[in-house]
Design a protein around this ligand. Structure first.
Ligand code: HEM
Length: 124
C-alpha cells in the first residue's frame, strides 16, 4: 500500500489556498516585504509549481523552469535566522488559516522548516 503524499492530503485546491495566503502575509510582513518584489504574482505562480512537486504531486516547476537549485537562487537575498524565522512564521499562520487538519499542518510545516534552514546564507 502506497502512502498518501503531502500533495494527496493537501489537494491542488488546498495548495493554491495555502500559497496565496502565505504571500498575502509575506507582502505585509515588516522584515520580508523588504526582500520580496512588490508584485508577487510570478512568485506565487512559481511557488505553487515548486511546492506541487516538493509535496509529491506533479513536478510543475521542473517541467517549466528546470532544476530549481533553490539555495543558489536565494543567494542574492540576505537570509539570516531572522528572515528564515519570519518566512516560517508566515507559513505557520497560512497553514493555520487554510488547512483544517492539524496533523497535515504539522507534517507540511516540518518539511518546510527543514528546507528553510538550508536557505540561510548570512550570519546576521
Ligand atoms: C523565491 C525568500 C525560503 C522556495 C524567493 C525570493 C525570495 C525568497 C526573496 C524571490 C522572489 C521573486 O523574486 O519572485 C525566501 C526567504 C526564505 C525562503 C527569506 C526563508 C528561509 C524558501 C523555502 C522554499 C522556497 C523554504 C521552498 C520550500 C522558493 C521558490 C522561489 C523562491 C520556489 C522561486 C524561485 C524562482 O524564481 O524560480 N524566496 N525564501 N523559499 N523561493 Fe524562497
Amino acid at each position: 500500500l502506497e502512502e498518501a503524499t503531502l500533495y494527496d492530503r493537501l489537494t491542488e485546491e488546498g495548495l493554491s489556498r495555502l500559497v496565496n495566503k502565505f504571500y498575502d502575509l509575506v507582502h505585509q510582513h515588516v522584515v520580508l516585504k523588504e526582500i520580496f518584489p512588490p508584485d508577487l504574482t510570478e512568485t506565487r505562480e512559481k511557488q505553487f509549481a515548486f511546492l506541487s512537486g516538493f509535496f509529491g504531486g506533479p513536478s510543475l516547476y521542473m517541467e517549466k523552469y528546470g532544476h530549481p537549485r533553490l539555495r543558489m537562487r536565494h543567494l542574492k537575498f540576505p537570509i539570516g535566522e531572522t528572515e528564515a524565522r519570519a518566512w516560517l512564521e508566515c507559513m505557520r499562520q497560512a497553514l493555520r488559516d487554510t488547512v483544517p487538519d492539524q496533523k497535515l499542518r504539522e507534517d507540511i510545516f516540518a518539511a518546510l522548516a527543514r528546507t528553510a534552514v538550508h536557505m540561510i546564507n548570512t550570519g546576521t
